[in-house]
Design a binder for this molecule. Structure first.
Ligand SMILES: Nc1nc2c(c(=O)[nH]1)N[C@H]1C(S)=C(S)[C@@H](COP(=O)(O)O)O[C@H]1N2
Ligand SMILES: [Mo]
Length: 401
């Protein structure tokens, strides 16, 4: 009688140990790839390869739910075995809960286009929270667990041989992984908290604006104070290159291609063009949004009128002053009133980090269409697929709703 129970406990223990190993591998891969996707340093190193890392993260994330379900099948037995051990019983509930919430919010983030920005925003917040709270908890759990799973129940310990040395090496490896994760979490956690706390975005925390263009644009009355109030939320600054910066000497803005009157403005001329003000929301495909931005700039269609677009032109190709990033809009899309060549945000010049001195804003599309450091517009006849379009994102990036 007693023997059968011991055997059962042992085989459950073995299964649990192997599930835990699988889980640890999944979580470690997801944590590393996730933190790399979040970190500015890796964003810059990876550039377009970010897409592959994101796919890896999604695929591993999808697979990671398998051990959770396998575990849930054994959970009742495990629960019984942990009679009187309340901390361990807490783990039995908390660990699958964290893993499943991670999974669900991850799927929502992956399906951003179907669920729309409001759901994506909430999913990203929970996904991040789980990372900063759940990940340290899981690392701790996994380290403290090492002994428990391998050690036989206390009353049997006399019968058992000493643990083979191989566990010590495993423990060592896990400790290294745990320490590595903890160290890599620290700076990102601080950054995340700082961003959560400041409505203003990163520019005030990170660095001064390296752009130096004279004269500074003077805000219209609707911009300062901003008619939309201050923007709500913070930009996560995205760039696939180093942040370029500009002075009067190296900045100009050109419209060419299929136009009657190709134009190039220098900064003094450009800043003298008549601007207007709009309030709009800004949505990134990765789940964050900034609401109620007051942008001041020149409607793109007004700029095009100055260059007199030829009849055969169909597409507006947008070039960034970073020399790498491009995108395009059709002339029909450009006819929307709120497609803006923006010069100011909430009454202040747009900083280098956020794409200044001049960036595109197209509120009805996801923000990857909003080319930063915009400095050239070419009118063309053929369809053109831009930077993220070439990497799998929709060319027509309409935000749902
Ligand atoms: N030149 C350039 N423009 C760009 C990008 C970029 O990497 N380079 N990223 C796009 C993406 S994906 C987003 S979400 C927004 C981010 O704007 P922000 O950095 O001001 O938050 O800029 C868009 N425009
Ligand atoms: Mo984005």
């Amino acid at each position: 009688m007693r023997n059968r129970r011991e055997n059962e406990e042992k085989s459950l223990g073995k299964r649990l140990a192997s599930l835990h190993n699988w889980n640890a591998v999944f979580v470690a891969l997801l944590a590393l790839s996730g933190l790399m996707l979040f970190s500015d340093f890796w964003k810059e190193v990876l550039g377009g390869a970010k897409v592959w890392l994101k796919w890896l993260h999604i695929i591993v994330g999808l697979a990671s739910i398998v051990p959770v379900f396998v575990y849930l099948k054994q959970a009742a037995k495990h629960w019984k075995q942990l009679d009187g051990k309340s901390w361990q019983r807490f783990n039995v509930i908390a660990t699958p809960l964290v893993l499943m919430s991670w999974f669900i919010t991850g799927v929502l983030l992956w399906q951003f286009n179907t669920v729309g920005p409001a759901v994506s925003n909430a999913a990203l917040l929970v996904h991040d929270l789980l990372t900063w709270i759940g990940l340290p908890y899981l690392v701790y759990h996994s380290l403290s667990r090492l002994g428990q799973l391998k050690e036989p129940p206390r009353r049997l310990s006399v019968l058992n041989k000493p643990r083979p040395a191989i566990y010590t090496r495993k423990a060592f490896i896990r400790t290294i992984i745990g320490a590595g994760l903890t160290i890599s979490i620290g700076p990102s956690l601080i950054k995340w908290l700082a961003k959560l706390g400041s409505g203003q975005g990163l520019q005030s925390i990170n660095q001064v604006d390296a752009n130096n263009l004279i004269p500074a644009p003077q805000p219209l009355p609707n911009s300062s104070p901003p008619i939309g109030g201050a923007a709500k939320g913070s930009f996560r600054s995205y760039t696939v290159t180093k942040i370029p910066w500009f002075t009067n000497a190296n900045w100009s803005f050109t419209i060419d291609g299929l136009v009657e009157d190709p134009v190039t403005w220098n900064w003094e001329q450009f800043v003298a063009l008549k601007r207007s003000v709009q309030v709009s929301d800004f949505h990134c495909v990765t789940g964050w949004s900034v609401y109620g931005n007051t942008w001041e700039g020149i409607p793109l269609k007004t700029l095009l009128e100055k260059a007199r677009v030829k009849a055969q032109a169909k597409v507006v190709k947008l070039y960034s002053g970073d020399g790498v990033y491009t995108d395009s809009l059709t002339l029909e899309q450009v006819a929307l009133d709120d497609v803006l060549v923006a010069v100011m945000h909430d009454g202040k010049p747009i900083t280098d980090e956020l794409g200044g001195p001049v960036r595109l804003i197209i509120p009805k599309m996801y923000a990857y269409k909003s080319v930063k450091w915009l400095n050239r517009i070419e009118l063309i006849e053929e369809k053109y697929i831009g930077y993220w379009g070439q990497r799998g994102y929709e060319n027509d990036a309409w935000v749902k709703g």
